[in-house]
Design a protein around this ligand. Structure first.
Ligand code: HEC
Length: 138
């Protein structure tokens, strides 16, 4: 006789619900830096990048330096697009927690497609200011 466990029907797994980034609704009010998207050096194949910051962190991000990192609570998003006048195709985001940065990838509608990918952390660990590369130097 087969063991009882093999006779139980396996319940169908519900498809995971897509989750939008908690800050998605505010993003359109954030400051864009610089004014025009620039060719992304760090994310190959990503096309043009532009940083988006809540107004309270924008000045600090512009003036990033080794002695002045962004504090816990800070948020930085990077939109990626193929052409300067086209809409973003996807987004990268970083959230500064007490223990360091968390890394997220978002689709064009703000749904989270990856969290804390080790590649993000490894490369950003090489960034000049506490995990941040900052704006391209003109
Ligand atoms: C090989 C290196 C590399 C990898 C891997 C990488 N980044 Fe970056 N990232 C950069 C560089 C360089 C910049 C500066 C802007 C640019 O060139 O796009 C940057 C900029 C950013 C910014 C703007 C904040 C800042 O650093 O000034 C965010 C947000 C970001 N990356 C998120 C991510 C996320 C999320 C991942 C993983 C999915 C990731 N990055 C993977 C190199 C990398």
């Amino acid at each position: 006789m087969a063991p009882a466990s093999s006779q139980r029907a396996t319940p169908a797994q519900p498809a995971p619900q897509p989750v939008r980034w908690a800050h998605w609704a505010q993003l359109s009010h954030w400051q864009r830096l610089p004014a025009e998207p620039f060719p992304s050096a760090g994310h190959p194949g990503a096309g043009l990048a532009q940083a988006h910051l809540p107004p309270e962190w924008a000045q600090a991000y512009r003036q990033l330096s080794v002695g002045r990192p962004l504090p816990p609570g800070a948020l930085v998003a990077l939109s990626l697009r193929a052409t300067a006048d086209g809409p973003p195709e996807r987004w990268l985001a970083m959230e500064r927690g007490g223990a360091g940065w968390r890394y997220l990838q978002l689709d064009r509608e703000g749904f989270i497609t990856s969290r804390d990918d080790e590649r993000c952390r490894r490369c950003h660990a090489e960034a000049p200011t506490d995990g941040l590369f900052g704006l391209p130097t003109p």
